[in-house]
Write a new protein. Structure first.
Length: 265
């Protein structure tokens, strides 16, 4: 069977052919351009079975990014694997807002709570060279993937296992900016098939999706700090009255970011 015929099988399953090239490339350890250049050649028999198995996995909603082990974020490629959230495009906007505040106030110490794959923390470390970035997560897997991504971009982030800012209480007073994309989905929300393969603790936060925020704002004295968090599109009113912060919109004009500026300058 030629590569073209293999791709046709994928299309017949209702999946996009561009993906088929990536999946075939993954099994054959070749770039998609190689497959395209050899599209009418025979697909090696010993690889065919594995390729078809991957096609089935995708058909069942298993995320492409977990299969490929990589994802694009803010123009860079990051490692991801099962057990960490696949970064979302909205989160690039969160990084934009952080960069704006870092530059405006010349901030030097940033803590990312719930680093996941590390995309926020590592992007800030790469883009803002003079900033020391700290990060926490309750998931071992997240901490190890975030460390791999920091190594990939040769940045020196300090990632520690633990909840909220607890692992950094020793330096808490010196932290100027806290950023987080926490879990904010309501428990029991019907989610797409693909999200079922992502870690529940990265997505769900109680009956109204607000558990993380409530606990965080109760626990810490944030005087002198800036807090920038991603939020659910229907959580803006509650969170701005809880914190006195302002709510900013994402590219689709939905409430998406909460900014609390308690910096004493
Ligand atoms: N920052 C990554 C991103 O934007 O792609 C991951 C965000 S994911 C929505 C939330 C992350 O927070 C998960 O990795 C989860 O394990 C972690 N998490 C959940 N509750 C936490 C807590 N109380 N303290 C620290 N991390 C937490
Ligand atoms: N926007 C994400 C989703 O529904 C949720 C991410 C989060 O809880 N931080 O897929």
């Amino acid at each position: 069977m030629t590569f073209l015929e293999v791709i046709r099988i994928y299309k017949e399953k209702g999946l996009p052919e561009r993906e088929a090239l990536l999946l075939i490339g993954k099994i054959m350890n070749k770039k998609k351009e190689y497959i395209l250049a050899h599209i009418n050649e025979e697909c090696p028999e010993d690889h065919l079975e594995e390729i078809i198995q991957l096609f089935e996995k995708r058909k069942n909603g298993y995320p492409l990014q977990y299969i490929l082990g990589e994802v694009e974020f803010y123009g860079r490629t990051f490692y991801v694997e099962e057990g960490v959230l696949i970064p979302r495009w909205e989160t690039e906007g969160l990084v934009d807002i952080c960069k704006e505040y870092i530059h405006k106030y010349n901030l030097k110490r940033v803590l990312d709570i719930g680093v996941g794959s590390g995309v926020i923390a590592v992007t800030i470390a790469v883009e803002c060279k003079s900033v020391q970035v700290y990060g926490t997560d309750i998931s071992h897997k997240a901490i190890s993937v975030a460390q791999k991504n920091a190594m990939r971009y040769s940045v020196d982030c300090d990632f520690r296992l633990g909840e909220f800012a607890e692992p950094f209480l020793d330096v808490f007073d010196n932290i100027e900016l806290i950023v987080s994309n926490p879990p904010y989905v309501r428990e029991g929300t019907v989610i797409q098939k693909e999200l079922e393969y992502e870690p529940a603790e990265a997505l769900f936060a109680g009956y109204d999706g607000l558990n993380f925020y409530r606990e965080f704002f109760k626990r810490y004295n944030l005087e002198g700090k800036i807090v920038i968090m991603e939020i659910g599109d229907d959580q803006g009113n509650y969170l701005s009255s809880l914190t006195g912060g302002k709510v900013l919109k994402d590219l689709t004009s939905k409430d998406r970011y909460l900014v609390i500026d308690k910096l004493i300058s």
